[in-house]
Design a protein around this ligand. Structure first.
Ligand SMILES: [Zn+2]
Ligand SMILES: [Zn+2]
Length: 330
């Protein structure tokens, strides 16, 4: 071994040991756009690593590729929490399930969410039945490929009250609470709150400004909220109409009713009293008229706030036994 390699190994070892010893919530932004294609941004996906397990909140197209290229251990996945059944939030479920199973996941992957996740899991299991059978037949020598471990296992969470909450998952010190939000006509739609050893993060899913979410996020460390600047949306709709694309113009105009403006998300974060706000689901980040300054204009009019815009690969660490909020990146 050359001296240089030995020195490099010595430098790397403490970092590796430290990473393994981390106890807390670790968030990884695996997809930060909305339904439209934006280079460098996968569609909605927020990963939470805790207690040696990987959880996803939504699994939009291209998000599995992100996670795997960053070497996030997908085989440690236990559950995917679905906020709602829009395609940009579920499009990579089959790919993620297959990759984490082939990677060595030993148990079925739970698919937790509102009514409809049962149909989603059942349909995906059927669609991938042959793929899983082929892989088992070809690769099962030395490594085992249990077909039941490759299945999606639905868990429907029901919340009767429009402003209600329900425990969606419990595993040791981790509790995940589903919070009903307002993305009508897509109903029900959920946000999720992860609580672990006194640390917490709330992920809004898609919703218009919904004050009960501030109540459910009260005292959380970080709020990750969707955001859409409606002035930009209206500009885009008008532009598309002028260009003769009435169909896309009309679709674009429809979306102003069921998303949250950056300024509204900031108000909500202040009402919840969180330490930091991260805006995601940035459908508009690919538009020619987009700039972070125009998108976020007015966010601090209501008072000071620690906020930032999500990027694919951004990470947040919330160590147990501390009040630190550590932002980082892959
Ligand atoms: Zn969406
Ligand atoms: Zn949606």
């Amino acid at each position: 071994m050359s001296r240089l390699i030995a020195v490099l190994l010595l430098l790397l070892l403490p970092a590796t040991a430290k990473a393994q010893a981390f106890d807390g919530l670790r968030v990884v932004f695996c997809g930060t756009s909305g339904p439209l294609p934006i280079a460098g941004r996968a569609k909605p996906c927020t990963a939470v690593q805790v207690g040696g397990a990987l959880y996803l909140v939504d699994v939009g197209p291209e998000s599995t590729e992100n996670l795997m290229s960053w070497r996030v251990p997908v085989a440690t996945a236990k559950a995917v929490f679905i906020t709602h059944l829009h395609s940009d939030h579920i499009g990579d479920l089959g790919e993620f399930n297959m990759q984490s199973w082939v990677g060595g996941r030993a148990q079925p992957l739970a698919v937790v969410g509102p009514a409809g996740v049962d149909k989603l899991a059942k349909g995906m299991n059927l669609a991938y039945e042959d793929d899983h059978r082929f892989r088992k037949a070809h690769h099962e020598h030395g490594a085992t490929f249990e077909l039941p471990a490759g299945l999606l296992q639905p868990k429907v969470v029901t919340i009767a009250k429009p402003d209600g909450v329900a425990v969606a998952w419990k595993d040791g010190d981790l509790t995940v609470t589903a919070i009903r939000v307002a993305h009508d006509p897509i109903d029900p739609a959920f946000a999720y709150r992860f609580d672990y050893k006194g640390r917490s993060v709330v992920i809004s899913g898609d919703t218009r400004k919904w004050p009960p979410l501030a109540a459910a996020a009260k005292g959380a460390d970080v709020l990750i909220h969707e955001a859409q600047n409606n002035a930009m949306t209206r500009q885009m709709a008008a532009g598309l109409k002028t260009m003769g694309n009435a169909r896309l113009s009309s679709i674009m105009a429809d979306t102003v009713t069921y998303h949250t403006e950056p300024v509204e998300a900031a108000d909500l974060a202040r009402a919840a009293g969180v330490k930091a706000l991260v805006l995601t689901h940035l459908t508009q980040a690919g538009l020619p008229m987009y700039s972070p300054e125009t998108f976020a204009k007015g966010m601090e009019d209501g008072g000071k706030l620690d906020w930032r815009l999500a990027k694919d690969g951004m990470t947040i660490e919330l160590p147990a036994g501390s009040s630190d909020v550590r932002f980082g990146a892959y």
